[in-house]
Structure formats: structure tokens, C-alpha cells
Design a protein around this ligand. Structure first.
Ligand SMILES: [Zn+2]
Ligand SMILES: [Zn+2]
Length: 643
């Protein structure tokens, strides 16, 4: 602005709208100091016209400015990235000759990649972390400097850092932006950073993993060191506690310990559901049928292998073939079913349809196969074979809003039955889309109206819809605060057209229906993983694979125990009998480890009086009661589900 040239003064507009006249070249630090010493102390960086910059950077012209402290959303990322520099500084001090790659912040921490002479072991991480603390205690400033590109390259070449030289060559203009933790560690980086390493206090190095330069396995192997950092010690400790909890709850471990499922290298990405896991699986699958079938859905079972003509018609052959298992059969090329929708289109087209038939809702739980790369397979969350509580609702355009509202009420009901907390997100038209804008606008308005009518709070993710229609996603929050994407409701105008679907309208003319793809659990496999980790293996009564176990104290109580088992099974409970000749304390401990909700101990008195001594896996001894009484209580608890 001309005023700056004339007077050497510039105008800085603060978030509250007030304007400060200051001399050009004022820094964020100067400004914070002028506002208040307390703000100066808390300041980490400054936002200048929506660009985050260092506190030490001079501001040369009129701008909107905001001092960033740890309360601001940008701050944690900056703090973690700054901590990554501190990590590299410590590594170079302790392991001279190590080469540095890049060190970005992550959503839950940071990492830095190194070329190492030998891989770091856990003791190294402890030593590096200690050194980070020592360097932080020196409270050295992050000094920003610009170096001519060639000079910067020569500097890093002399330091034995060819990867940095390559980065500068590729990313830098004629001047390279560098930051020096003063005199200790200079790095090529656009910044910004916290003013000094003394600000970095609450960090922890977590793990190492193999990495490659630029993430490409053809490049130089590197070792990645992961860490995390928080503004307060308390938050850091809570995070570390959550990590520990997550480890304890890992469904892959619990799946083995509780005898739920198994994997074998000959069937990568496909679970063997063992007896107990199959019981839980069927319980939730049958529960879903109980919800859907009285709600206007019909259940289908469609083929698992289709001629490629189906996938060509749906468009999957062109866009999704690399994720499908292909089968050459005689002269036909076939592919295993990766999603149910195209098959449901064929069922819709298999007979004449009238507007009176709509909405038509097809539910299907048969297995699907997707050819995920072996490297990404993980437990039940990334698999090649799975099933969904899938359904396709064929509706007239005028029915979209009402149908989605029904769906949202079903979602609410199901998650309430499981006692799960969730949040809802609406994703709207992306930059690249098929169809008319007016159709999209109508559909998005209908979805919003449905969300409001269902009394469902939601956020909007602009531009995140699929190319063929807007969608609603539901994230479940588990017991330790992690989010799992589960339900989706997806509007689709395209696929019914590709299959030439028709119904006869009230006007006697032919129309194409709209299809709503929707799932409430998502995949059963993933939902099982969520349940196992959410409950840490201690399924509520209605889901527990074994709901009660009868524990005779001595051999002479065995007959009475068997009678109790028979009675409870006849009453609809899932019951086991521990008939082994073992001490009762040992049997109780084992049942607790197996997370069986109730242990029914049978001794002389219980056998004589037709009673059981009830112990719960959590509450310990609940006292003796009649078998009938226990059965009544247990059934009531089952009926409550997770509510
Ligand atoms: Zn940096
Ligand atoms: Zn579908």
C-alpha cells in the first residue's frame, strides 16, 4: 500500500477488527509484545493474511494478522513439526553420519525418515528422546535464513546429505529456505516453527518402521521414527494411555485369545470364523434381518461369480477391474462379485415394475471379494473376503427424502440397540461429477431435509460426495474415542440408467428409478473388529458367544450341573459346562479370561436346593439363586441388548 511507502507505517488488522498502525518490518513477536506481555509469552506463530508464519518474520505491508497460541487449531501441527526437527537434531548428535529425509507432522504426531548405518533399537529411541530433552533445555531459537540454492546444496553435500541436496534441487527456487536450531541442526524447510526449542516439552518417541525415500520401494531404504507431542503433559499421558488401551483391545489379538477367528497364509485376507466368532457373527446378521425384514426389505441371495458383461454394464470393468478376482472359465471371462449392486439391478429388471412397487428394497448378506494388495491386509479391517448388511432401495425421485429419513431412523435404532455413539456427515457434489447440477441440488436438498426431519445432527463435507451422487456417512466413536466409518447412504442416478431400468409411472409412461445404496454396519468383518475393540472382548450378554458357564465344584455335582445346562439351553441361552477335574478357582479364572458374562458354581448346597451360585465377570459374587430366577434375569439382560 502507498501509505507504507510514504510513512513507513503499515496497518495490521486484528481478529477483533481493531487496526494497529506499526512501522513496516514489525514482526509477529513485536506485535504480540505490544498487545500484551502475556500474549507474547504464549505466542507460537502468527497468521498473516491466512498464511501461517514465524513470529520473527517481518511484516512489510498492510495485513490481517492473528497471533497463534496453543489454543488455535493450527498450533499443534506446527508444534509437532517443530518437534520433528528436534528429533533430527538429536539423531545427528548421537549418530553422526546419519542422513536425513523429511519430517512432517501427522494427525496424531510426527515422524522423521533417516538413512541409518544400523537400524535403531528401542534403547536408541530412549537415548534419542533424552537427547531431545537436553537440546530443548538449551532453549535455542529456530533461526530462519535464506541461502542461495547452490550454496545450500553445497552445504548439505558437505554434510553428507545427498537426499537433502536432491530435495533442494527439486523443490527450491533460486533461494532455499532453511531453518537452524541455532548452531545445532540446519534443515531445508519452508517452515514455520515455534520460536525456540525450549517450547517443545511434552513429546514421546513411539516406534520405528521401514520406509523408502519418497515412499517408493525402488528407492533408498530408510528408517522412520514415529513420535507424538502435545501441549500439555496431561494430554500426552492420555494419548499414551489410549495407545496402550488400543493395544490391549487389538481385535487380532483378542480374536485369537477368545477363539473368535483365525487366518491362514493360504487364504490371505479371508477369516476363518471359529465356533464362537461364528456365533457372534450370526447374532448380528440375524439381528439385522430382524430389523430390516419387518421394515419393507426383502432378502436376496445373488450369484457370487458373474460374466464380465455384468461388470462392463455397471462400469466396474473399466474402473475397478484391478480390485477384482478374475476367473477364466472356458471361453467366458468371469469375475467374483465385489459388490451386490449390479446383481440387484438385474433382479429389478427381471420383471415389470410399477410405481406401486416402489420403494423396492433388496437386502443381501452374501460374501464379496475384493483383491486388496497383500501389503495392506490387516486383521478384519482390511480383508479380501467380507460381507455387508447391504441393501439397495429403488425409489422414485419424489421418494428420496422420505426413504432417506426412514433409513436414518433405522440407523438410529440400530446404533441405540448396540449402545454406540456416532456422528453423521453429509458429503456434497465433488468437482468432477456426472449428471445435471439441478439434479444434484435437488438431491442434496432432499438429504438435508431428511436429516432435519429425522432430528439428526450432522456436519457437511462440501465436495466430498461420490461422482455419481451425494452421500451420508456415519462414524461410530468407540470406547476409547476412536472413530470407525460404518454406515453409508449413497444416492445413485447413474447405475439404474446404465442397466436401462424402468418402471411404469402413474402417468403410464416409463421412468428410470433412483437407487440408494446403503449399509448400516458397513461390512460385518469390520463391524466385528469394532465390537471386539469397543468391548475389549467383553461382549454384552446378547452378543456373548457363551453367555454362562456352569462350573461343578466336584465330580459328584456333574449330573446336577448337566441338568442346569440343559434347562438354560432349553430357555434359549448359550451355555457351556466346565466338567474338568480342576480347582474351582482355576475354572473361574479361565471363564473370566474368556470374558463369559456369568459363571454358575454348583456345589453340594446348590445341587440339593436347585440353585446356582452366580458370579459375574465384573461384579464377582452375586450370591445364590434358583435356576429359574437366573434364567429370567439372563433373558431380560439379553433383550436389553446394548441399550
Ligand atoms: Zn520444518
Ligand atoms: Zn451398492
Amino acid at each position: 500500500m502507498s501509505s507504507a511507502v510514504e510513512s513507513g507505517e503499515i496497518s495490521l488488522t486484528l481478529p477483533d477488527g481493531s487496526v494497529r498502525r506499526v512501522s513496516a518490518g514489525t514482526t509477529g513477536a513485536d506485535l504480540a509484545q505490544a498487545i500484551s506481555p502475556r500474549l507474547a509469552k504464549a505466542a507460537l506463530a502468527v497468521m498473516v493474511n491466512d498464511r501461517l508464519t514465524d513470529l520473527t518474520r517481518p511484516i512489510e505491508s498492510d495485513a490481517r494478522v492473528r497471533i497463534v497460541t496453543e489454543r488455535d487449531p493450527e498450533a499443534l501441527h506446527l508444534y509437532r513439526h517443530s518437534t520433528a526437527h528436534l528429533l533430527a537434531a538429536a539423531v545427528l548428535e548421537l549418530f553422526p553420519g546419519t542422513q536425513c529425509g523429511i519430517g512432517p507432522a501427522l494427525d496424531d504426531g510426527f515422524y522423521y525418515d533417516f538413512v541409518v548405518q544400523r537400524p535403531f533399537v528401542p534403547e536408541d529411541l530412549a537415548a534419542i528422546e533424552q537427547r531431545m530433552k537436553e537440546i530443548a533445555a538449551r532453549d535455542l531459537p529456530f533461526v530462519h535464513e535464506y541461502r542461495p540454492k547452490e550454496e545450500a546444496k553445497a552445504y548439505f553435500a558437505a554434510r553428507g546429505e545427498p537426499l537433502k541436496v536432491q530435495l533442494i534441487e527439486e523443490k527450491s527456487g533460486p533461494i532455499a529456505s532453511c531453518y537452524d536450531i541455532k548452531g545445532v541442526f540446519l534443515d531445508f524447510c519452508v517452515g514455520p516453527h515455534v520460536p525456540s526449542v525450549g517450547r517443545l516439552a511434552n513429546f514421546k518417541l513411539l516406534s520405528t518402521s521401514n520406509a523408502y525415500w519418497k515412499g517408493d520401494a525402488k528407492n533408498q531404504p530408510m528408517q522412520r521414527v514415529y513420535g507424538t507431542a502435545f501441549f500439555s503433559k496431561n494430554e500426552l499421558e492420555q494419548y499414551l494411555h489410549r495407545l496402550e488401551e488400543a493395544k490391549k483391545r487389538d481385535h487380532r489379538r483378542l480374536g485369537k485369545e477368545l477363539g473368535l477367528f483365525h487366518f491362514h497364509p493360504w487364504a490371505p485376507g479371508a477369516a476363518f470364523w471359529l465356533a464362537k466368532g461364528t456365533t457372534v457373527y450370526h447374532t448380528i446378521a440375524d439381528y439385522m434381518r430382524e430389523v430390516l425384514l419387518p421394515n419393507g426389505y426383502v432378502e436376496l441371495k445373488t450369484p457370487l461369480v458373474f460374466n464380465k458383461a455384468l461388470w462392463e454394464t455397471s462400469g466396474h470393468w473399466q474402473h475397478y477391474r484391478q480390485n477384482m478376482f478374475l476367473i477364466d472359465n472356458e471361453e467366458e471371462q468371469m469375475a467374483m462379485k465385489a459388490m451386490n449392486c449390479p446383481g440387484h439391478m438385474l433382479v429389478f429388471a427381471s420383471e415389470g415394475r410399477s410405481y406401486r412397487d416402489l420403494p423396492l428394497r433388496f437386502h443381501e448378506q452374501t460374501p464379496l471379494h475384493r483383491n486388496e494388495a497383500s501389503g495392506v491386509l490387516s486383521g478384519l479391517t482390511r480383508v479380501r473376503q467380507f460381507a455387508q448388511d447391504d441393501a439397495h432401495c429403488f425409489v422414485m425421485e419424489s421418494q428420496i427424502g422420505e426413504e432417506v429419513e426412514r433409513l436414518l431412523r433405522l440407523v438410529q435404532r440400530v446404533y441405540n440397540d448396540f449402545g454406540l455413539e456416532y456422528s453423521v456427515k453429509l458429503s456434497t457434489r465433488p468437482a468432477e461429477f456426472l449428471g445435471e447440477i439441478a439434479t444434484w441440488d435437488h438431491a442434496e436438498a432432499e438429504l438435508k431435509r431428511a436429516l432435519d426431519s429425522a432430528g439428526q445432527a450432522y456436519t457437511v463435507d462440501e465436495g466430498d460426495g461420490a461422482f455419481y451422487g451425494p452421500k451420508i456417512d456415519v462414524d461410530v466413536t468407540d470406547a476409547i474415542g476412536r472413530k470407525w466409518q460404518c454406515a453409508t447412504v449413497q444416492l445413485d442416478y447413474q447405475m439404474p440408467q446404465r442397466f436401462g431400468l424402468k418402471y411404469t409411472g402413474a402417468d403410464n409412461a416409463e421412468h428410470c428409478p433412483v437407487v440408494i445404496h446403503r449399509a448400516i454396519f458397513g461390512s460385518f468383518e469390520r463391524f466385528m473388529a469394532l465390537l471386539i475393540e469397543h468391548y475389549a472382548g467383553a461382549f454384552p450378554m446378547w452378543l456373548a458367544p457363551v453367555q454362562a458357564t456352569v462350573l461343578p465344584i466336584a465330580d459328584r455335582h456333574l449330573e446336577a450341573a448337566k441338568a442346569v445346562v440343559a434347562k438354560l439351553e432349553a430357555g434359549g441361552l448359550r451355555v457351556s459346562l466346565d466338567a474338568r477335574v480342576e480347582k474351582i478357582g482355576y475354572k473361574i479364572r479361565e471363564a473370566q479370561l474368556q470374558q463369559i458374562p456369568y459363571m454358575l458354581v454348583m456345589g453340594d448346597r446348590e445341587a440339593a436346593e436347585g440353585q446356582v451360585s452366580v458370579r459375574s465377570r465384573r461384579g464377582g459374587d452375586l450370591g445364590a439363586r434358583s435356576v429359574d430366577q437366573f434364567l429370567d434375569d439372563a433373558r431380560r439382560e439379553v433383550q436389553q441388548r446394548g441399550r
